[in-house]
Design a protein around this ligand. Structure first.
Ligand code: ATP
Ligand code: MG
Ligand code: MG
Ligand code: MG
Length: 574
């Protein structure tokens, strides 16, 4: 590729709305452009990197025996009603209507579609096990899209789904995928960690997340120094010593006209929760008339294990201009100074608690919201909600806590979730009537696994781990090109231009991905661009070098450049 014929559009300005380094650098390097909230165009430069990730993912999926297919991104409502997720998935599901007034969603995930495919396609145990995958665009109407492609609304995912006759075979496949994921992230040159995870809205029994370790990560991960125990803190907290696991089945759904709003609030606050909340969450809804200038909305009290109010947040919804997080004092003021509203929370009944571990679990559980005007103080246990069966002393997990496996103490780090694998079990196959005939000719419901990778998120996550003051420093496997040949003064000096052209051709012929910077920029500007976009190897062709029979070579992370003859250069570039 010749840069003069490419579309490279870098900028020196630090974008004002970008908070984290990957978002800033992707904009400065001109890899992505924002179209609207959570919607990004991948520029030609960005796309080269995205494709590198896709390629690694595809090759490892193929090697692991998964079979590629492609499902539609627009999915009919009827399928989602079969699994109950049309309602349950909550506000992230983008619902759309066609000219015949039929409802569809833009797929946030594909369990329904693949199970529909399977029930039509699979009829015999002989077709099992099978694992299908696709690399495809998803849409989730995230409440707070942010950090560029890191938490976008439209994003690229690799999702795989496997079907098995028995649990043991699912176990086997799960391990195959676990290993494939480990290979993908290693080969992309990322520092990562696999952790036990909650199964969230997708459901199922076993689950691991793969996290790229970075301080900007939205998740906290607890590791044991004396063993290989590692868990998302959301889960580690629920399973901390002294706490009993909270089974999601016990978090019953209370049907209410305001359910949707509650779900939206849960989702909204869930994002904040992951960062700040450490123990217990209680919902209360605010009714008109609770206070003189009361606006309808929802209040969430975050209560510590000792029942003292830790933090309160206020969500403004339903026609309100915006939402924001508020302090307890602000909320009390907003409520017209009615301090008795939520606190002090000293329940006579044991509190039914929800670990702040899963937005989905929280959305299923809305205290006292089954009648307009009810809030926590008004909950009638046993009528509004089942007697609290789940009473867990959920508590903070902090650095130095004993590890649940008893083998050491916990350290805490931050991570970016780039992959997630689940053993789904028979939930989807059962709901959708997917069966195959087993070897005795009886209908059997297959058990399923599902395996996701955030292909586009990986690009941002990699930058979080690989950058310096001058820009991105791609791991070899993700770089848009491996080598940049920079020409000094090509327009003035034909000999230099020719030598650069020859080197460019030779390197390309040797199988390297090489880009020729023949734009004729001043050296400073040219080098700044090449560093910013993170090319691992830079070779400068100049008049002085030509005269000395050398090329100036610099590895992206090296302290200084060195002058090498052609043979030595060839060795450096492998
Ligand atoms: P998160 O906890 O970050 O919201 P998730 O648990 O909802 O992610 P999954 O349903 O597990 O996501 O989807 C599989 C993968 O898709 C995730 O591990 C992540 O890498 C990626 N992903 C999910 N949501 C987004 C998003 N909004 N933008 C970019 N990538 C995403
Ligand atoms: Mg999510
Ligand atoms: Mg998650
Ligand atoms: Mg996940």
């Amino acid at each position: 590729m010749r840069l003069s014929q490419f579309h490279l559009h870098t900028s020196k300005e630090i974008p004002a709305d970008a908070e984290i380094v990957s978002h800033k650098l992707m904009l400065k390097a001109g890899m992505i452009r924002k179209l609207a909230s959570g919607l990004y165009t991948w520029t030609p430069l960005g796309l080269r990197v995205l494709r590198k990730v896709e390629r690694a993912v595809r090759e490892e999926m193929d090697a692991a025996g998964a079979i590629e297919m492609l499902m539609p991104s627009v999915q009919p409502k009827e399928l989602w009603e079969e699994t109950g997720r049309w309602e349950k998935f909550g506000g992230q599901l983008l619902k759309i209507r066609d000219r015949k007034e039929a409802w569809y969603c833009y797929g946030p995930t594909h369990e329904e579609v693949v199970t529909d495919f399977a029930r039509n396609e699979l009829s015999s145990y002989k077709q099992l096990p099978v694992c299908f995958y696709q690399v495809q665009t998803k849409f989730r109407d995230e409440i707070r899209p942010r950090f560029g492609v890191m938490r976008a609304r439209e994003f690229l995912m690799k999702d795989a789904y496997s079907f098995h006759l028995g649990d043991a075979d699912l176990d086997r496949q799960y391990r195959v995928m676990y290993d494939a994921y480990s290979r993908i992230f290693s080969r992309l040159g990322l520092g990562f960690r696999a952790v036990f995870a909650d199964t969230g809205a997708i459901g199922g029994s076993a689950s691991h997340e793969f996290h790229v370790l970075a301080d900007s990560g939205e998740d906290a991960i607890a590791f044991c120094d004396g063993s290989d125990y590692a868990a998302n803190v959301e889960l580690a907290e629920a399973l901390a010593p002294g706490a009993r696991p909270v089974a999601s089945e016990t978090l019953r759904k209370v049907e209410t006209p305001t359910q949707k709003t509650c779900e939206a609030v849960a989702e909204l606050l869930g994002i904040g929760l992951q960062r700040t909340v450490k123990s217990v969450a209680l919902f209360g809804n605010v009714r008109d008339g609770d206070a003189p200038d009361q606006k309808p909305g929802f209040v969430l009290a975050l209560v510590r294990g000792d029942h003292s109010v830790n933090e309160i947040k206020l969500a403004k919804l339903d026609g309100m201009a915006d939402y924001r997080l508020a302090t307890e004092a602000e909320i009390l003021e907003h409520l017209g100074g009615a301090p008795g509203f939520l606190g002090p929370v000293a329940p006579k009944q044991p509190i039914t608690v929800i670990a702040d571990r899963s937005v989905a679990a929280m959305a299923d559980f809305v205290v006292g919201a089954n009648e307009t005007g009810y809030h926590l103080a008004g909950v009638n246990w046993g009528r509004d909600l089942p007697e609290p069966a789940v009473v867990a002393d959920i508590r903070n997990v902090v650095e130095g806590d004993p590890s649940p496996d008893g083998k050491g103490t916990l350290a805490i780090a931050r991570g970016i979730e780039v992959g997630h694998i689940f053993q789904l079990g028979r939930k989807y196959a059962e709901a959708m009537g997917c069966t195959v005939l087993d070897d005795s000719g009886k209908a059997a419901t297959p058990t399923m696994g599902c395996y996701g990778i955030g292909v586009s998120r990986i690009v941002a996550a990699a930058i979080e781990q690989n950058h310096d003051d001058n820009g991105i420093a791609w791991p070899e496997a993700m770089a848009p090109w491996q080598v940049a040949v920079c020409v000094i003064n090509p327009k003035k000096d034909a000999a230099v231009a020719e030598a650069a052209e020859a080197l460019y051709r030779e390197l390309a012929a040797a199988g390297l991905e090489v880009v020729l910077d023949d734009r004729g920029l001043r050296p400073g500007a040219m080098f700044a661009d090449i560093e910013l976009i993170g090319i691992p190897h830079r070779v400068v062709v100049s008049e002085r070098g030509l005269a000395a029979g050398t090329f100036e070579y610099r590895q992206r992370r090296a302290e200084a450049a060195e002058n090498l003859d052609r043979a030595a250069l060839g060795q450096r570039l492998g």
